[in-house]
Ligand binder design. Structure first.
Ligand SMILES: *[C@@H]1O[C@H](CO)[C@@H](O)[C@H](O)[C@H]1NC(C)=O
Ligand SMILES: *[C@@H]1O[C@H](CO)[C@@H](O)[C@H](O)[C@H]1NC(C)=O
Ligand SMILES: *[C@@H]1O[C@H](CO)[C@@H](O)[C@H](O)[C@H]1NC(C)=O
Length: 354
């Protein structure tokens, strides 16, 4: 073919497309599925065949096909000049009295899940078909209250159950940390029980699964349950999620205090958390046996500020190792040593600091 022939072929296609343009099939409010719990209504169970006419043309027929797993399960034909016809799975569930070619279900059941395509025929005889579109029929209500959990001995133990759902859900539950990029420890696939009901709906549950909280547990850890439905095209539809937030936030404390080798720490009050941190703590730092205070201060009191998670002195200042200087017993006190010795002692002390 010569170039001008290609051009003409292209123009012919454009001309044909402009008489009737088809959009994809759509549900009301940009919904991605039909919610069976809401019941049939034009706000929930109405499939629209989107098309746009040019000029004088009118649509004389709109035909719907329902597919499931590559097989046609039902059909609905709307005619501008009535009567309309429905067959297969669409018989007796479709509103036959609509004046447009939309497919409205008056009765919902699981078998209506699947793919739908529509085609429009014009008075000129021209016909266009919209691509098939998947319409899941989902039976599930939010079940936020079905997570039961307890935290004791640094074990987070929980039970969870979905309600009866259709189609089979995709479920995930476990310790979750945004900092760590998602699920940190998870309920295994084999730990979920699957109960299939006679009408085809299923219940997913687990009980008594424990996770240990320890020094490696991220600070932002939560327990997260995600329930959704996967469309055949791989798109995930979230249905319910439950987040037990920051389960060890009330348990955070200060890390092990870093005392110098010549210092000794005595705890008067102390609680060690699951992450091995100190809270509700009060302690005294003194010079270790064989050392004595290098100055007037013989001991410093420190406590953990649980908001900033840092060690503080009694006066509210941050505690540092050099707040208490100690020297070896028997060594001359710094007041009497020569300048050279004092410099050496300072160097030694700096050596021991962080
Ligand atoms: C369906 O609608 C019910 C009632 O409004 C609602 O509780 C439920 O979460 C909805 N389910 C889905 C899957 O959207
Ligand atoms: C989980 O369920 C078991 C029995 O099924 C019950 O004994 C236990 O107390 C439940 N645990 C929680 C945290 O609710
Ligand atoms: C299917 O069975 C379950 C469990 O018996 C029930 O809760 C659900 O409502 C049923 N769904 C339909 C659409 O009949």
């Amino acid at each position: 073919m010569k170039t001008w022939q290609y051009l003409l072929a292209g123009l012919a296609t454009l001309a044909a497309a402009s008489a009737l343009t088809m959009g994809p099939v759509r549900l009301p409010n940009n919904n991605g599925y039909i919610n069976i719990t809401l019941g049939a209504s034009p706000d929930n169970s109405l499939l629209e065949c989107v098309y746009h006419l040019e000029g004088e043309e009118v649509a004389t027929r709109v035909s719907w096909e329902h597919w499931d797993g590559g097989e046609t399960k039902g059909r609905y034909d709307w005619y501008a000049s009535l009567p309309n016809q429905a067959s297969g799975a669409l018989r007796s569930v479709v509103n036959m009295d609509r004046e447009d070619g939309s497919l409205e279900f008056l009765d919902l059941n699981y078998d209506l899940s699947g793919e739908y395509s529509c085609s429009v025929t014009l008075s000129s005889g021209e016909e266009q078909v919209a691509a098939r579109w998947e319409v899941p029929v989902v039976d599930s209500v939010s079940h936020l209250s079905l997570l039961h959990r307890s935290l004791s001995d640094c074990l987070y133990t929980s039970n969870y159950s979905t309600l009866a759902m259709y189609p089979e859900p995709v479920v995930r539950a476990g310790l979750y940390s945004e900092e760590m990029g998602g699920f940190y420890k998870e309920v295994l696939g084999s730990q979920w029980l699957v109960d299939t009901h006679t009408n085809g709906s299923v219940t997913y549950s687990y009980s008594g699964i424990s996770f240990e909280l320890n020094a490696e547990t991220p600070v932002d850890i939560s327990f997260y349950v995600m329930v959704g439905v996967m469309k055949r095209d791989g798109n995930y539809i979230p249905i319910s999620s439950t987040l037990d937030k920051h389960i060890i936030l009330h348990q955070l404390g200060c890390q092990e205090p870093r005392v110098a080798a010549y210092q000794h720490i005595d705890y008067h009050r102390d609680t060690i958390t699951c992450r091995g941190e100190h809270r509700e703590t009060e302690a005294t730092v003194t010079c270790k046996k064989g050392y004595h205070a290098d100055g007037d201060v013989e001991a410093v009191m420190i406590s953990c500020n649980e908001v900033t998670r840092t060690w503080m002195l009694e006066d509210g200042q941050p505690a540092k190792r050099e707040d208490l200087g100690c020297v070896i017993d028997g060594a001359p006190s710094t007041a009497s040593v020569s300048t050279a010795l004092l410099a050496a002692a300072l160097v030694l002390q700096r050596f021991l600091l962080p």
